[in-house]
Design a protein around this ligand. Structure first.
Ligand code: NDP
Length: 433
C-alpha cells in the first residue's frame, strides 16, 4: 500500500488473489521467497504513461492521460484491452492488468497480461473527435506495442470504431500490416465471433458449471447488468439456450421486462443509435425503467454482472440470495465487491469469478492473433466451437485446482490457482528477470 499509494482497486485485486492462493503459497514458501516470486508477480514489468493532446470540434485543444501497463510476459506477449472512461487511472489499469495475467494463463493460450487506456470520455463526442483522440493516443502508444510484443484490444469505451481508428494510425506510423490489435473489423483482419465472444463464453461456462452441479440453464430467469458488448451477447446466448433474461442496465438506470428482453430492440438502441437503455420502454411500453442502481433487487435464478468493477455489493448479494438466486457469474472484471464474493461462497451459491467467466473475449482475441499470423480467416462456427472448447477447459481447470487443494466448488481459488501455476512455472524457468 505504501509503495503504490492511492491504488485502491489494485490493492483489492492483489489481496483477493493472494488470499485465495494461500494454500499454494504456504506449500512453496521457501522457494518463492528465495526467488522473490510474489514480489515480482505484483510489480508490473513496465508502466508507460503519456500525454494525449487532441483538438475538439470547437478548435479547442484537449489533453488526456494515456497508459499502458505491461504486467507480465512470462507466457506470451502482453495482451489486454484498452479502456476509455473518465474513471480510468493507473490503479484501475494495474488491477485490470494483474487480473489479466491469470485470466490469460487460464485460457491455455500463449498470452501474457497487460491493460491500458485513458481518462478520455467518449460519451457525446463526435466521430471526428473520437478519431482525433484515437490517432493521438496511438501516435505515442505505437512505440511500445507490436504483434509479438504487446497486442491491445477493446474494453469499456473501445469498440470496433475506436480499434479501426487506432489500427489505421498504427499502420500509417509503422508501415506494418500486422496483428497488433484485436477486435479489428472483419475487412481488415478481425475474427468472426470476436464481438460475441465474451458474452457467449460467459454463458458457456455458466452452462458447464450448472451441468456439473446437477442443474441447467434452460427455463431459468436471468438478470444481466450493463447493456454494452458483454451484456448484449450474454443475453443473446442465454436466450438461445432457453433462459429468460428480464433486465439490463446502464450507468443511469435499469429496465425490467417480465416477458423477456427483446434483444433486437436493445441492439438497435445501443449498437446502431448509441442511445441509452431507458429508450427501451419507448419501444416496449409493458417494460419498466427505473432510474439509479437497484437492478439486483429483481428476483432471478442467475445473476450475470456485466457492467463494471464493484457494481454489486454485500446488500445486493443479500437481496439476490433472498430472492432465490443460486448462481452468479461475472461478465465484467471484479463487478462484485470482496464482501459480496465472500457472501456468495459462504451461503452456498455457485460463483464463477470474472477471471474465468469472461476469459472468452481474450481467448478469441488470441484466436484472432493466430489467424493474423497464419493469414487466414476461420468461419464463425470454427471460432465459436474453439471458444466453447476453451470455456469448458477453463471450467475443468478451475474445478480441478479447487479440488486438488481441498476446496471443491470454490472457483475463485480454483481459477487463481490454475492461472497462477502456469505463470509461476514459466517465471521460474526463465530465471531472475
Ligand atoms: P461497454 O462499454 O460495451 O459496456 C459497458 C456497460 O457497462 C455499459 O452499459 C455502461 O453503461 C455500463 N457501465 C460502465 N461503467 C459503469 C458504471 N460506473 N456504473 C454502471 N454501469 C456502468 O463495455 P464491455 O461490455 O466491453 O465491458 C463490460 C465489462 O466487461 C468491463 O468490466 C470489461 O472490463 C469487461 N470485459 C469485457 C470484455 C470484452 O470483450 N468486451 C472482455 C472481458 C471483460 P454506460 O453506457 O452508462 O456507461
Amino acid at each position: 500500500v505504501k509503495q503504490n499509494p492511492g491504488e485502491a482497486e489494485f490493492h483489492q485485486a492483489v489481496k483477493e488473489v493472494l488470499d485465495s492462493l494461500r494454500l499454494v503459497i504456504d506449500a512453496n514458501e521457501e522457494k518463492y521467497r528465495k526467488m522473490a516470486l510474489l514480489e515480482r508477480l505484483v510489480e508490473p514489468e513496465r508502466v508507460i504513461s503519456f500525454r494525449i493532446p487532441w483538438v475538439d470540434d470547437n478548435g479547442q485543444v484537449q489533453v488526456n492521460k494515456g497508459y499502458r501497463v505491461q504486467f507480465n510476459s512470462a507466457i506470451g506477449p502482453y495482451k489486454g484491452g484498452l479502456r476509455l472512461h473518465p474513471s480510468v487511472n493507473q490503479g484501475i489499469l494495474k488491477f485490470l492488468g494483474f487480473e489479466q495475467v491469470f485470466k490469460n494463463s487460464l485460457t491455455g493460450l500463449p498470452i501474457g497480461g497487460g491493460k491500458g487506456g485513458s481518462n478520455f470520455d467518449p460519451k457525446g463526442k463526435s466521430d471526428r473527435e473520437v478519431m482525433a483522440f484515437c490517432q493521438s493516443f496511438m501516435t505515442e502508444l505505437y512505440k511500445y506495442i507490436g504483434a509479438d510484443q504487446d497486442v491491445p484490444a477493446g474494453d469499456i469505451g473501445v469498440g470496433a470504431r475506436e480499434i479501426g481508428y487506432m489500427y489505421g494510425q498504427y499502420k500509417r506510423l509503422t508501415g506494418l500490416y500486422e496483428g497488433v490489435l484485436t477486435g479489428k473489423g472483419l475487412t481488415y483482419g478481425g475474427s468472426l465471433a470476436r464481438t460475441q465472444a465474451t458474452g457467449y463464453g460467459l454463458v458457456y461456462i455458466v452452462d458447464e458449471m450448472l451441468k456439473h452441479n446437477g442443474n441447467e440453464l434452460a427455463g431459468k430467469t436471468v438478470v444481466v447488468s450493463g447493456s454494452g458488448n458483454v451484456a448484449i451477447y450474454a443475453t443473446e446466448k442465454a436466450q438461445q439456450l432457453g433462459a429468460k433474461v428480464v433486465a439490463l442496465s446502464d450507468s443511469n438506470g435499469y429496465i425490467y421486462d417480465k416477458d423477456g428482453i427483446k434483444l433486437d430492440i436493445v441492439k438497435d438502441i445501443k449498437e446502431v443509435r448509441r442511445g441509452r437503455i431507458k429508450e427501451y420502454v419507448d419501444a416496449v411500453p409493458t417494460a419498466a425503467y427505473t432510474e439509479g442502481k437497484g437492478i439486483w433487487s429483481i428476483p432471478c435464478d442467475i445473476a450475470l454482472p456485466c457492467a463494471t468493477q464493484n457494481e454489486l455489493n454485500l446488500d445486493d448479494a443479500k437481496a439476490l440470495k433472498a430472492n432465490g438466486c443460486f448462481a452468479v457469474a461475472e461478465g465484467a472484471n471484479m463487478p462484485s465487491t470482496r464482501e459480496a464474493t465472500d457472501f456468495f461462497q459462504e451461503n452456498g451459491m455457485m460463483f464463477m469469478p470474472g477471471k474465468a467467466a469472461n476469459a472468452g473475449g481474450v481467448a478469441t482475441s488470441a484466436l484472432e492473433m493466430s489467424q493474423n499470423s497464419l493469414r487466414l480467416s476461420w468461419s464463425f462456427e470454427e471460432v465459436d466451437e474453439k471458444l466453447h472448447g476453451i470455456m469448458v477447459g477453463i471450467y475443468a481447470k478451475a474445478a480441478d485446482a479447487a479440488e486438488r487443494y481441498g476446496v471443491k466448488g470454490n472457483y475463485v481459488a480454483g481459477a487463481n490457482i490454475a492461472g497462477f501455476e502456469k505463470v509461476v512455472e514459466a517465471m521460474m524457468a526463465q530465471g531472475v528477470v
